[in-house]
Design a protein around this ligand. Structure first.
Ligand SMILES: Cc1ncc(COP(=O)(O)O)c(C=O)c1O
Length: 460
């Protein structure tokens, strides 16, 4: 795909519904055969384009941008006020409990690493995660805590095995400090029942942490009423790509020396080295805050809350049903999560699939260059479930690992993922289904060469 041209208008279908305007929904590109088409953005689980209102509010803010918490004057005051308003919007977006504090980080991955280090876990402690987690909700617990980390099992469609969860709580009675679970899977779209998980955690004396990176753009979050103790998400997946991760956590966790001390962490330091730490909620927010990121996220949160979750969730649920049925009906294309699961469970619009006989990265390249459709291909940071789907045994796994270590990143098994957002349309889904029907029947029309270093195929 070349020459992307950006025309920031919302398709009439979305404008009619009263959905927020998103920049770039009418981007166009030139295909391999020279045709000019509208770009179909179906890689929203990776990142979303910005809301028009978010960009406007950021632009207005930059006109008065000044020192945040580091000076006096009208611009500094305006900046403090704008950031405080944004923080209130973010708190209300997630229904943050009164006793929680917000910490800002670079992204969700950094937020989960920060939480792992802040919790002061011990070698006797147990952290439960699950087989459906993104790598960012697995590795921090393994590498940044001394705790024993155990995975709750999942079935092939990616739903959690709650009997196994109960069994793990019983086997490690009194030692499970935390269940760290995704709010919506980046691979299968599955959304666990958070209230039910919170009740189980609290009965066992454990905290519930929710990785809401995928949940936040798609479902109303109410931490307080669901009983979620801690939660993280990224602004760039909530239509606010200005950097920023959010960590909401109980204030009690912050009543300790900061894990990353520096400017802003202290109120006084003596020549002897004695330190008076800043109040708990501030001492962990080291260095100058990302005011633009906070403001942008606050604007996106307000945009969603003003549009109303009933509208957004309703529109997305209809699209999910339509996509599940459209993608389940194409000879040679297999949804790796059965279409029926999208009716049986609560699922956001995230669809993993394979095309018979075609490498996943080749499918993604052909969708891009021949049809103007953006998707993602690979193991999507969820290696274990993908491995299970492709049925790679230990010998195959060892072969793949050796090939990747040798530089062939295309040696990995994988799937293709199409993911919807609030700016997705029925036309997007139809374009994807038509393209897959043609690809599965005729294969790619253009010629491609493998680019293993980038884990992709490029036009030859
Ligand atoms: C469920 C989930 N958790 C965590 C992350 C990591 O988010 P970030 O890349 O913003 O750190 C992602 C990113 O795709 C995700 O989908």
């Amino acid at each position: 795909m070349t020459d992307v041209v950006n025309e920031p208008t919302n398709p009439p279908e979305l404008a009619r519904l009263g959905l927020p305007r998103v920049l770039g929904t009418d981007s166009r590109c030139t295909l391999a055969d020279g045709r000019d088409v509208r770009v179909v953005q179906l890689n929203n689980a990776a990142t979303t384009p910005p809301f028009e209102r978010t960009v406007r509010e950021v632009q207005e803010f930059l006109g008065c941008y000044g020192a945040l918490h580091r000076g006096a004057g009208p611009r500094a005051r305006a900046t403090v006020e704008a950031v405080e308003r944004a923080v209130r919007r973010i708190r209300s977006f997630i229904g943050q409990p009164e006793d929680n504090a917000l910490l800002f980080t670079a992204n969700t991955s950094a937020a989960i690493n920060a939480l792992a280090r802040l919790l002061s876990l011990d070698t006797d402690d147990v952290v439960l995660t699950s087989e459906i987690e993104h790598t960012s909700n697995n590795l921090p617990w393994r590498y940044n805590t001394p705790a024993r980390v155990l995975d709750v099992r999942a079935n092939d469609a990616g739903t959690l095995d709650l009997d196994h969860l109960d069994q793990l709580f019983a086997e490690h009675l009194g030692r499970v400090r935390l269940l760290a679970v995704t709010g919506a899977s980046n691979l299968t779209g599955f959304c666990p029942d958070l209230s039910a998980l919170a009740a189980r955690c609290h009965d066992a004396g454990a905290l519930l942490f929710v990785d809401a990176a995928q949940l936040a753009p798609h479902r109303r979050i109410d931490m307080a009423s669901a009983g979620v103790d801690a939660l993280a998400f990224s602004a760039h997946k909530v239509y606010a790509p200005f950097g920023l991760g959010v960590l909401s956590l109980p204030r009690t966790v912050l009543d300790r020396r900061p894990v990353d001390p520096g400017g802003g962490s202290i109120d006084m330091i003596a020549d002897t080295g004695a330190v008076v730490w800043a109040p708990p909620a501030e001492r962990h927010q080291t260095g100058t805050w990302n005011a633009t990121g906070i403001l942008g996220l606050g604007a996106s949160c307000a945009t969603i809350l003003d549009a109303g979750w009933n509208l957004l969730e309703g529109v997305e649920r209809d699209l999910v049903a339509r996509a599940a049925s459209a993608l389940s009906d194409i000879p040679g294309v297999r949804l790796t999560v059965p279409a029926a699961s999208y009716r049986a469970d609560d699922r956001i619009g995230t669809f993993p699939f394979v095309v018979d006989g075609l490498h996943h990265a080749l499918v993604a390249a052909a969708l891009e260059h021949e049809y103007g459709i953006e998707v993602r291909a690979g193991t999507i940071c969820n290696h274990r479930l993908v491995r299970r789907w492709v049925g790679a045994d230990d010998a195959e796994q060892a072969r793949v690992e050796a090939a990747i270590a040798g530089g062939d990143r295309l040696a990995s098994y994988g799937i293709v993922r199409a993911s919807l957002a609030c700016h997705s349309t029925t036309d997007d889904i139809d374009r994807l289904a038509d393209a897959l029907r043609s690809l599965a029947t005729h294969g790619p029309a253009a010629r491609y060469r493998a680019a293993p270093e980038h884990e992709t195929y490029e036009p030859a």
